[in-house]
Design a binder for this molecule. Structure first.
Ligand code: NAD
Length: 348
């Protein structure tokens, strides 16, 4: 399949250089279109054809598919034009700025019969796949609390990510990944949401947030993104009724400690804690717990591009389904709505 890239910036060029070659799906990149002359020069330097404008790219019969990797506010217009020109479309996340825009895209996809798939690549992250395995295989029993965090100290990167009009802010950036993972993972509807957006850096868009989701089946999750964290909390902290798992980082450092269910285990001895004594917070005695190794982190589904090629060929269902992408967008709309609501002051 011949694919052209619209938006040859950080992510567009990563698709060309790394994702497509690594996933080896029988997709060739035939060229790019970018409005920035320096990116056009870079593409030429890398041996890629540079389309002079969008119309020329879309009119070119050899281009069967496009990847849209431009700032968030331009996805809708580019997706609709590409679908109408008969192209199969991959769109970077977030798919659009809101549900209404997404619905317009999906209506055109339906009308044209062309494939439209969103690149929710973090469904393939090894750390996520470990948590998914714990959720499904219950190595530490049923999970009742899942904390998913990414934290950095570099503020909001780049230029357009600072601006509302371009769909900037962390909810629409890392938030999309973490919400997508959580909703793909948990097999229960959301019952309740609590939201805390942060504006520490003084931008017009959120530079981080904490969102609590409570699911109908009782599971609670905390999703946090921070860009002013000079030291960070673990990527995942997960509690099951028989143990606790912690994945510190993408290098998969961390541990799983499970109850050994040893009836003869000695009660923990009290420890000195600050200027007091505690038995409650003392570490469990050694024979009361066991250390489990992380389950093998493998997706049972093919890579994103392999799946895309199979979907276009009519041989597979998409792994990233548009209905799932729409549910994440609905959640994001709800989060923004809750964040806007006037806070009442308890003045306690
Ligand atoms: P970027 O600013 O590095 O690149 C965007 C490029 O698009 C720039 O080169 C810009 O000149 C070009 N551009 C802007 N408007 C255009 C238009 N109308 N037509 C053609 N080109 C245009 O941004 P980025 O970090 O590469 O992000 C691009 C998209 O990829 C965003 O939607 C972002 O959320 C997404 N992204 C996804 C992941 C992921 O892991 N899936 C990671 C990073 C970025």
């Amino acid at each position: 399949m011949n694919l052209a890239v619209i938006g040859y910036g950080g992510m567009g060029s990563y698709h060309v250089k790394t994702l497509i070659p690594e996933q080896n799906p029988g997709v060739q990149v035939v060229g790019i279109y970018d409005i920035d002359p320096t990116r056009q020069k870079e593409a030429e330097k890398n041996g890629l054809q540079v389309f002079p404008d969008l119309e020329t790219l879309l009119a070119d019969k050899k281009v069967e598919a496009v990847l849209i990797a431009t700032p968030n506010d331009s996805h809708k217009e580019l997706a609709i034009a590409s679908l109408k020109a008969g192209k199969q479309v991959i769109c970077e996340k977030p798919v659009a700025m809101n549900v209404a825009d997404l619905d317009e895209i999906l209506a055109v996809a339906e009308e044209t019969g062309n494939t439209f798939m969103v690149h929710q690549n973090r469904r393939w992250d090894p750390d996520f796949l470990i948590i998914r395995d714990l959720y499904r295989q219950k190595q530490i029993g049923d999970l009742f609390q899942i904390e998913s965090r990414v934290q950095g100290a570099n503020g909001i990167p780049g230029d357009w990510r600072h601006l509302k009009q371009h769909g900037g802010g962390m909810i629409l950036d890392w938030g999309v990944h973490l919400f997508d993972q959580m909703l793909f993972l948990v097999d229960s509807p959301i019952k309740d949401i609590a939201v805390d957006l942060s504006f520490i850096l003084g931008d017009e868009v959120d530079d981080g947030f904490i969102v609590y989701l409570t699911f109908e089946d009782g599971l609670r999750s905390l999703i946090e993104v921070g860009t002013t964290n000079y030291t960070k909390l673990p990527r995942w902290y997960v509690k099951g009724i028989k143990g606790t798992a912690k994945i510190d980082d993408w290098d998969l450092s961390g541990e799983i400690i499970a109850s050994a269910e040893n009836a003869y285990a000695a009660a923990p001895a009290p420890i000195q804690a600050g200027v007091g004594l505690t038995k409650t917070m003392a570490p469990p005695s050694e024979d009361a717990v066991e250390v489990l190794s992380f389950p093998e982190a493998k997706a049972e589904y093919p890579t994103f591009y392999e799946n895309f090629a199979a979907v276009v060929a009519g041989q597979a269902e998409p792994i990233v389904k548009n209905a799932e992408v729409r549910r994440v967008m609905l959640l994001i709309e709800k989060i923004f709505e809750l964040a806007e609501e006037e806070a009442t002051s308890l003045n306690l």
